[in-house]
Design a protein around this ligand. Structure first.
Ligand SMILES: NC(=O)c1ccc[n+]([C@@H]2O[C@H](COP(=O)([O-])OP(=O)(O)OC[C@H]3O[C@@H](n4cnc5c(N)ncnc54)[C@H](OP(=O)(O)O)[C@@H]3O)[C@@H](O)[C@H]2O)c1
Length: 280
């Protein structure tokens, strides 16, 4: 089906092969996983007197803390305790929020990480599938309901927070890598699909940064950045309208090398790392 037919029900029409994409400043911003780490730091960085923020997370207490700090910066905030794996609940909230405040920037950030126990030959299926449910299906549940609405208005930007783990499967986190590789591919696929409608897509593949998630990781975390620095780097890229934000470059290069090199080379390098993700 041609793009024009795809979106007819939403009243959207593709502008041209290169419709002008919306740029910063973004006033209405929705962020999942805003109760902690990167999501909370991004929420604060977009908070200001003109901002209307929709913040989603699971922990009521942490979400309220982020919302209070954003309100202190002058932002108007609506927060919602929703599990991103609950597609129907999330769609209802997103559509209601968008009706009241047409969304300009949507950041699918919520995520979890896990991995096999040390010495165990594999990752239990339930752990792999939970990461796919939250990191991949959860991001799809976040993005898909708003796509027709953004396209109908012909403006807005969608951001998918993947990881450098999207570039190459790592033996200590099969489910995490699979979920992030899927999210990266989903975002890359949406970009050329949505740009004719004037909607931009940014795929973010960061390396290690400090956060409650990283606190559970035991092993080398090369080029570890502070959470604030990572958020600043990501916001700068989003506001410039970047299609991709990948950092730090030595880690990105290393991961891409492991993917492009013969499998045995990458496998040998990966086996040299000993890493364990403690369960939450
Ligand atoms: N930390 C790193 O080095 C690193 C590197 C690359 C990519 N990333 C990615 O960056 C994103 C943010 O990670 P972070 O390091 O900031 O981790 P974090 O501090 O653990 O934050 C994760 C956020 O996701 C939310 N979340 C988790 N499961 C959820 C669910 N089912 N429904 C709704 N919200 C859920 C959490 O909410 P509650 O706390 O309320 O449950 C929390 O707000 C993740 O997608 C992560 O994979 C992190």
């Amino acid at each position: 089906m041609r793009p024009a037919a795809l979106w007819r029900h939403a009243g959207a029409r593709p502008e041209s092969a290169a419709a002008p994409l919306m740029r910063a400043p973004y006033r209405v911003v929705v962020i999942t996983g805003a109760s902690s780490g990167l999501g909370a730091a991004l929420a604060l960085s977009y908070a200001g007197p003109q901002a209307v923020l929709g913040l989603i997370g699971r922990s009521a207490e942490r979400l309220a803390a982020t919302a209070a700090r954003c309100r202190d910066s002058g932002a108007s905030v609506e927060s919602a305790q929703i599990d991103v794996a609950d597609g129907a609940g999330l769609a209802t909230w997103l559509e209601g929020f968008d009706e009241a405040h047409p969304v300009e920037l949507l950041i699918a950030n919520a995520g979890i990480s896990a991995g096999p126990d040390p010495g165990s030959p594999g990752e239990p299926a339930a752990i792999t599938l939970r990461q796919l449910d939250i990191n991949l299906a959860g991001a799809v549940h976040t993005i898909a309901p708003l796509v027709p609405l953004l396209c109908a208005r012909g403006r807005g930007r969608i951001v998918a927070i993947a990881s450098v783990a999207a570039y190459r499967g790592l033996p200590y986190s099969p489910g995490y890598c699979a979920s992030k590789a899927g999210l990266r591919a989903y975002g890359e696929a949406l970009r050329p699909l949505l740009s004719p409608y004037g909607v931009g897509v940014t795929v973010v593949c960061p390396g290690f940064f400090e956060s409650p998630m990283t606190d559970r990781w035991e092993g080398p975390t090369p080029f570890l950045a502070s959470g604030e620095r990572a958020a600043r780097r990501i916001k700068r890229g989003i506001d410039r309208g970047c299609s991709r934000i990948n950092f730090p470059w030595p880690l990105v290069l290393g991961m891409r090398f492991c993917d492009l090199a013969p499998a045995w080379v990458g496998d040998r390098i990966m086996r040299g790392f000993h890493f364990h993700i403690r369960s939450a």
